[in-house]
Design a protein around this ligand. Structure first.
Ligand SMILES: [Zn+2]
Length: 57
């Protein structure tokens, strides 16, 4: 499940379990399930990172 941190100035997107209650980035308990757009952004970001790592040279 993808979550989004609602803490001001954080807005961290992360993948967590159903029991996840705190943001792994700032540690605040202000997370909510990410919206469809946020999930799409999260996967785009990860895909871009993986592609960068696989690039030869
Ligand atoms: Zn946070």
């Amino acid at each position: 499940m993808i979550y989004c941190c609602q803490t001001k100035c954080c807005h961290y997107l992360f993948c967590g379990s159903e029991q996840q209650t705190t943001c792994p980035d700032c540690g605040h308990k202000r997370i909510r399930p990410a919206t469809r757009e946020e999930r799409a952004a999260f996967f785009r970001q990860r895909t871009a990172l993986l592609a960068a790592e696989r690039r030869p040279g």
